[in-house]
Design a protein around this ligand. Structure first.
Ligand code: SF4
Ligand code: SF4
Length: 129
């Protein structure tokens, strides 16, 4: 009896699936639409950055490297090959200078494609709360 109920339930589901729209898409010709707040690639806005190093300190994977040349200037490097898209850098930044955008198609066979290095001149303004 139990197996008959199981069989009927599976048949019902199979029939339902036969007439429903597929949940997969024809990638790469077709892309899925991303939900609001999707956490993709972290991107720096160098004009807003103050080189305070807060994001580097909170980053759990060491994806951010800040090299200060002097008090006002430095280099800011993000290696998305190391990023786990946790958004801790964005949450920690008081200057609205780093954001996770909806870019997700980042595959490459060249490790250097994952690394972005910016020259930063410290002139950031604190973000409004
Ligand atoms: S999203 Fe997370 S892992 Fe990626 S750079 Fe920011 S803090 Fe680091
Ligand atoms: S991105 Fe924000 S937290 Fe990171 S160094 Fe620049 S100002 Fe500081």
């Amino acid at each position: 009896m139990t197996s008959l109920i199981g069989y009927l339930s599976a048949s019902k589901q199979a029939l339902k699936n036969l007439f429903s729209k597929p949940v997969t898409v024809m990638f790469p010709a077709e892309h899925v639409s991303l939900p609001k707040g999707y956490r993709g690639t972290p991107v720096l806005i160098p004009e807003k950055c103050t080189l305070c190093m807060k994001c580097e300190r909170v980053c759990p994977t060491g994806a951010i490297l800040i090299e200060k040349l002097d008090k006002k200037n430095g280099y800011f490097t993000i290696d998305i090959g190391k990023c786990c898209y946790c958004q801790e850098c964005e949450k920690a930044c008081n200057f609205d200078a780093i954001h996770l955008i909806d870019k997700w198609l980042t595959a490459s066979d060249n490790k250097e494609d994952f690394v972005t290095k910016h020259f930063v001149q410290r002139n950031g303004k604190k973000k409004e709360e």
